[in-house]
Design a protein. Structure first.
Length: 270
């Protein structure tokens, strides 16, 4: 029977399409063994279970690792994810860092996450702001199923509520912090099979120029933001020049935040 060391080399070679081929293999083998990746790396002589083979086949077909393992780490949390919900992206942690920096030692009382998916932004913020409560909105029932499960798993079900709806259309009241990572990919943009063939199109595409959802969201942010509050939206790295005026037209002052790669990633409107 192959040992872990050899099996990882073989699996990573099958994942040459992935920039994180070796990491993918380690995560899948740790999942098959039911242990943490760190524990796997401490002993690479261990035997490989038969259940690893089918996982390798799924990844070789470019299924996202997070859909295979059913979880994805985001900020301080391990979130349950699966088909029907976008896999949280590391780039979105820029928005969390920007929100924490903006509010500093005075956390907002009410947070609204528009397009919450598996609860990503809302739950990460509520984990930091223990006195805050929040609402996550999505129009995907599947995504909301994961969001609710994640709120329970992370011990935040008493502070996080989820609502199915078309952005903020059905909401009333004011929120001190509104966050959103809406779909922002243009319909003709080329995408890898990993994204295009597995992740929900409704979480990705926003009209020919990728801006349709920002156009709808901008006036809703104005209406739902409490005085003195801040709205933060994630953007594609080439969209700052197009999205900033949409927010400024609503009377907002806009501050740009960059991701760890130095690319424009978040607009903070206040
Ligand atoms: C790019 S995904 C982001 C998901 C999550 N916020 C994250 O960062 O992992 C966009 C989300 O917006 C949701 N969405 C798209 N159009 C929507 C609409 N009109 N109203 C509410 N949610 C919408 C999608 O279902 C999807 O979950």
């Amino acid at each position: 029977m192959a040992n872990a060391r050899d099996a990882l080399v073989e699996a990573a070679a099958r994942f040459s399409f992935s920039p994180t081929a070796r990491l993918d293999a380690e995560l899948l083998l740790a999942h098959a063994l039911g242990i943490e990746r760190n524990a796997l790396l401490l002993d690479l002589t261990r035997a490989v279970p038969d259940s690893f083979g089918p996982l390798v086949e799924r990844r070789a077909a470019q299924e996202p690792v997070a859909y295979i393992t059913g979880t994805r780490g985001f900020w301080t949390l391990d979130l349950k994810v699966g088909p029907g919900a976008l896999v949280p992206r590391a780039d979105s942690e820029t928005l969390i860092a920007a929100a924490l920096a903006h509010f500093g030692g005075t956390p907002p009382a009410m947070v609204l996450d528009l397009g919450t998916g598996p609860g990503t932004l809302l739950l990460a913020l509520l984990d930091e702001w223990r006195s805050a409560r929040g609402i996550g909105v999505d129009y995907s029932a599947e995504a909301l199923g994961y969001a609710l499960a994640n709120a329970r798993l992370c011990g935040m079900a008493d502070r996080a509520r989820f609502v199915r709806g078309d952005w903020a259309g059905a909401l009333t009241g004011a929120f001190d912090c509104i966050v959103s990572n809406p779909p922002y990919i243009g319909t003709a943009e080329p995408l890898s099979p990993e994204v295009k063939d597995y992740e929900p199109a409704a979480a990705l595409f926003a009209g020919p120029d990728g801006l349709d959802d920002y156009r709808r969201l901008a006036p809703m942010l104005r209406r739902r933001l409490a005085p003195g509050g801040a709205a933060l939206v994630e953007i594609g790295y080439e969209q700052a020049a197009a999205v900033t005026p949409l927010l400024e037209e609503q009377g907002f002052r806009v501050v740009l935040h960059r991701d760890l790669g130095g690319r424009p990633r978040v607009l903070l409107a206040h």
